[in-house]
Unconditional design. Sequence first.
Length: 559
Amino acid sequence: MSSNERPTNFIRQIIDQDLASGKHDRIVTRFPPEPNGYLHIGHAKSICLNFGIAEDYGGECHLRFDDTNPHKENQEFVAAIREDVRWLGFDWGRHEYYASNYFEQLYGFALELIEKGLAYVCDLSPEEMRAYRGTLKEPGRESPYRNRSTEENLDLFRRMRAGEFADGSRVLRARIDMASPNINMRDPVLYRIRHGVVHHQTGAEWCLYPMYDFTHPISDALEGITHSLCTLEFEDHRPLYDWVVEHVSVPCRPRQIEFSRLNLEYTVMSKRLLTELVDEGHVEGWDDPRMPTIAGLRRRGYTPASIRLFADQIGVTKADNRVELAQLENCVREDLDRTAPRRMAVLHPLKVVIENYPEDREEWLEAANHPKDPAMGTRSIPLSREVWIERDDFRKVAPNKKFKRLVLGGEVRLRNAYVIRCHEVIEDDAGEPVELRCHYDPATLGANPEGRKVRGVIHWVSARHGVRAEVRLYDRLFRDPRPDQGEGRFIGQINPDSLLTLTEAVLEPALADAAEGDHFQFERQGYFVPDRVAHCRERPVFNRTVTLRDTWARLAARD
């Protein structure tokens, strides 16, 4: 989609005005994740926005790691973030940065604020600082250390860097306005002391770390960012952003613009809650296919194109809303319907013996890889005397008029093959069918004789040639559309049926060569992908990406 075809939004309108007025001749954006976890679908919205704007306007987008909180960050998360952004289809080129790249410059700007009388070293404890801060209805009180001399503040701040003071004993605060109606402007903390932490980029060089609200605007300014796009929770922080870049000698003045974050039904988007799911073992890890992380969606079988389509559809606004999960699922269906070749897989096998088919015979039948795209070609499917069909595709007696599958005494067509008639059912002691005895009509290959009524078409796999596989049926991780909004811990809303593992599935042999990244529609079952971790040729493992239709909507309508 070109920039002319892409729907506009208030951010693009601001950029258009800035370019038209000559304020900027080139657009520079940034995506600044903190490497303390894996990226999720909400980050994907921001990635598509920042990189998409840079691409559409012929500018550049920087990838900058906000690594100012080292006790929660590590190199694993850095590598995962890089991989996720690239997988989504975006490239930052030579513009990879870290907030830690600027630690020395940030320290120098802090000294500049102290020298201007705009920052001071405060000895209040965290509890005392909260008490002095005031409330939304009452102004804060000035710290007793607020009027220290410039010389004393410079001396103490340098000694903080030298490691002379314990964690939490002193901080550097901006000297702004303790009566401000915006609590973020009531002398916010700019630096805190952190001993005993090895930073993944700077090692043990620093024990003094800048706060995000100080680091972010200066990093933007040093990199020449023109439009700093943030989610709405940073709207109240914008006055502090502007204050920082106004009072230090940075080379430019970026503009912060806020947009609504993504709230998605049946999931949680808080990195803290996602970390809890991982650390407490409720999921297999950050890339569990039930997780809303980009790594989890990728392992489940979502495509970059489907996520970019989703980001385009939900758009960019300032209105806080909650998006239906069905919209994301429909985006992947739309993409895979076009691109995924069709295959046959029987998930709950029931044996069928075609008694009038010779035991020593097999034939290879041609089947289209995609019914709507002849360019995708055909494949050969083997047929033998014994085949597997889906257990739900048989009833001794049709339960209702809508049942269009096999019944005792009735006929169906095996997809891409012959019409069969069932004349005998072999049952176990519990009365469950274990084998069907059928006859086939050799005159019905690719034909439907005039006047012959066949109940329907079912998929199948040759018992002689089928490939045994494990199939994992993933569903929504939570039962409640707002799992983090009700009473009690969100963990109590986990859907116990979010994963069903089938170990006796049988696949047509063409699926034996499936590799990572291959997507398929299992006919009448849904869209599936080989599992990135467990799949191998000797024991294939497939994950269901999504059903063919919104099964939750159908269940809701039925209830």
